[in-house]
Design a protein around this ligand. Structure first.
Ligand SMILES: [Zn+2]
Length: 73
């Protein structure tokens, strides 16, 4: 299990490379994993793990909602 510092650095990298928006999310929800891949570590968030679901709404030419499932830690 990587330590918190490594995970935080990874999360910053994910934001920096544009995989996650850097602006505040439109909506967040905590809960158990949905089996979707976590963009920070690349592994699925399984049902026995906790995740934060973050949603970013975006407008412009392609309005919609981006949803990410991220491990709580
Ligand atoms: Zn993860």
């Amino acid at each position: 299990m990587p330590d918190e510092t490594v995970l935080r650095a990874k999360a910053r990298e994910v934001i920096r490379t544009g995989k996650l928006p850097s602006r505040p999310p439109h909506h967040t929800r905590g809960g158990t994993g949905a089996g979707a891949p976590c963009p920070v570590c690349g592994e699925d968030v399984t049902k026995d793990q906790l995740e934060i679901e973050v949603e970013f709404s975006h407008d412009g030419s392609n309005p919609g909602l981006d949803k990410f499932h991220i491990h709580v830690r």
